[in-house]
Design a protein around this ligand. Structure first.
Ligand code: DAH
Length: 344
């Protein structure tokens, strides 16, 4: 029987030398060292040996198995290397073609502009506070000095919900009172906060107006805050956001929650003030509404208007992005068109 093992070993090794592909190697494995292979068959016959012969046979069989397995593994490596080299040389993959770059998403242009806002206002000491999109009529209007039938409520077409007095905020000013309550500590602490967020208005969608858009609101309340602080702060913002040498002008305006109220224009970033179709030949672009916080609003926020004063402003990130990038239609922002979004 030991002779048989020896013969098996020689035969198997000789056969292995002839093998040059994976399929044949697999067949070889089955034939000689697999569970139903020749070696196993020989081991089965061990029962017929004498007790003295059995351990010798077992030991030799094990050695043969180890030799064959090692030879198999070595052969396998050789074949795999060769097959890989062949594949690379003449396979279907043309390794000389340039790779396909992976598509990586980017930040939405509104998000990018919002982040720039946070950076500029953050550098000037304002903290960022997100208030709710779904608001009460009270917070959005009444507390901001819009009495129930005040004509200014008509300036904004509101989305109402099925809950009485619960609406989608029409402006981020709706968060002013919440910010005063949250940070003012019952009207005892000065605050500087910006309130970014989505606003909603039931409006005709056109190139200039959408039913949803971002705003960023700012309020600063302290003991000696005056109009000059407001003008200086907004001017500094405009220079950082648009151009260090950009001219800024303030025009008298009206908002129920500020007194006095103003609108802010920055010199047109396209024509530099000479006049073009972006600025409608005026040389100026409107960037914000602002004013000194109305005493009634301060009071609603917990502050004593005899002691405290403050300014507020509201800006539109989409509008800012449109001015900065000369985007002519606000509808692009929410149309999910990659050709538009991919440019930023
Ligand atoms: N809430 C105003 C709007 O949506 C914008 C605004 C104007 C906000 C003046 C202010 C402000 O804080 O002082 O049109």
């Amino acid at each position: 029987m030991l002779d048989q093992l020896e013969t098996l070993r020689e035969e198997a090794l000789a056969a292995l030398q002839m093998i040059s592909d994976s399929a044949s190697l697999q067949a070889w494995e089955g034939q000689y060292i697999g569970r139903k292979g020749a070696l196993t068959q020989l081991l089965r016959g061990m029962g017929g040996l004498s007790p003295e012969e059995r351990p010798i046979f077992g030991k030799t069989a094990n050695e043969v198995k180890q030799i064959l397995t090692a030879a198999h593994d070595e052969r396998q490596q050789l074949i795999q290397d060769r097959e890989l080299a062949q594949d690379l040389e003449q396979g279907e993959i043309d390794i000389t073609l340039p790779g396909r770059t992976a598509q990586i998403g980017g930040l939405h242009p509104s998000t990018q502009v919002l982040r720039r806002f946070y950076q500029i206002w953050g550098d000037m000491g304002f903290q960022v506070y997100r208030t709710r999109d779904v608001e009460t009529d009270d917070m959005n209007f009444t507390m901001l000095n819009f009495p129930p039938h005040h004509p200014a409520r008509d300036m904004q077409d509101t989305f109402y919900t099925t809950q009485p007095d619960v609406i989608l905020r029409t402006h981020t000013s709706a968060g002013q009172i919440r910010a005063m309550w949250e940070y003012g500590d019952h009207g005892t602490k000065p605050i500087r906060v910006v309130l970014p967020g989505m606003c909603y208005r039931f409006e005709q969608i056109t190139a200039r107006s959408e039913v949803q858009f971002h705003q960023i609101e700012g309020i600063a309340i302290g003991k000696n805050i005056r109009m000059t602080d407001l003008k200086g702060t907004i001017t500094e913002f405009a220079k950082r956001m648009f151009h260090p040498k950009a001219g800024v002008r303030f025009r008298a305006s009206y908002f129920p929650f500020t007194e006095p109220s103003m609108e802010v224009d920055v010199e047109c970033c396209v024509c530099g003030g000479k006049g073009c179709n972006l600025c409608k030949y005026s040389g100026w672009l409107e960037i914000a509404g602002c004013g000194m916080i109305h005493p009634v609003v301060l009071q609603n926020g917990g502050y004593d208007p005899a002691e405290w004063s403050g300014f507020a402003f509201g800006m539109g990130p989409e509008r800012t992005a449109m001015l900065k990038h000369r985007i002519t239609d606000i509808r692009y922002f929410w149309a999910n068109d990659q050709r538009f979004l991919g440019q930023f």
